[in-house]
Design a protein. Structure first.
Length: 229
């Protein structure tokens, strides 16, 4: 077993392990229609993939907090039965999880998707078995912010310190949530964020594919702050 640079690996779910854009965008469009907002091009809703939904409805459509809560409830009407399965796993996801487990890593899901849905998705793709802990917001509205989700992950790991942990995600809130918890982070470019967003959030590493993630965690190459691959 190799000496790991990071022995506990936290993963975002949407845009990091699975390509869930279709189901999320369809669910958002369904919610917006209940407000009389017709979305002609669903690609315009890509900004909803990853960040907390409440924040996205407020930020991108000017909803009040109360309207955002109601919009998320409408979103879940579609997502719970259809959108959850309008999703696909990235081709090398299972390979990476297998390699990390073989290397001795503890694997964790830290997602902005409600925990109950995250568990169903992991079971649907038969990858739940790789994870020691799965944490996401509660349907009641607790653990909305990514920094709180990550903090809860550390708590469920037995109050693990963040020194040997790393967070992997495709959006700025993944990186900022890691920084809030004094944790290293990897931003991935194959999800729904871009290099500008990830560099702006000060990701420790930015990668193009799963092989680079494995190299960083095993300490095979690359130093913190190297943004060129």
């Amino acid at each position: 077993m190799s000496l790991l640079k990071y022995n506990t690996v936290l993963f975002d779910l949407d845009g990091t392990l699975t390509d869930s854009g279709e189901g999320i965008m369809n669910s958002v469009a369904y919610a917006l229609e209940s407000y009389g907002i017709k979305v002609e091009n669903k690609d315009d809703l890509r900004c909803f993939v990853g960040p907390p939904l409440y924040d996205s409805f407020e930020k991108h459509y000017g909803f009040s907090k109360d309207e955002a809560v109601k919009a998320v409830a409408k979103y879940r009407e579609y997502f719970a039965t259809k959108g959850i399965f309008e999703n696909k796993i990235f081709p090398k996801t299972r390979w990476l999880l297998e390699e990390l487990k073989k290397s001795g890593c503890r694997l964790v899901i830290a997602t902005s998707k409600p925990e109950v849905y995250a568990l169903k998705i992991l079971e649907y793709f038969d990858i739940k078995k790789y994870f020691d802990v799965v944490v996401g917001p509660l349907l009641s509205g607790e653990l909305i912010k990514k920094e709180d989700v990550i903090k809860e992950c550390l708590k469920r790991l037995g109050n693990e310190t963040s020194e040997n942990c790393i967070m992997i995600g495709d959006r700025e809130h993944d990186i900022k949530g890691a920084k809030f918890n004094d944790m290293a982070s990897i931003g991935v470019l194959f999800g729904y964020g871009d290099r500008e967003e990830l560099e702006g959030a000060k990701a420790d590493y930015i990668v193009n594919d799963f092989s680079e993630i494995l190299a960083i965690i095993k300490g095979d190459r690359y130093e913190k702050g190297n943004f060129t691959w």
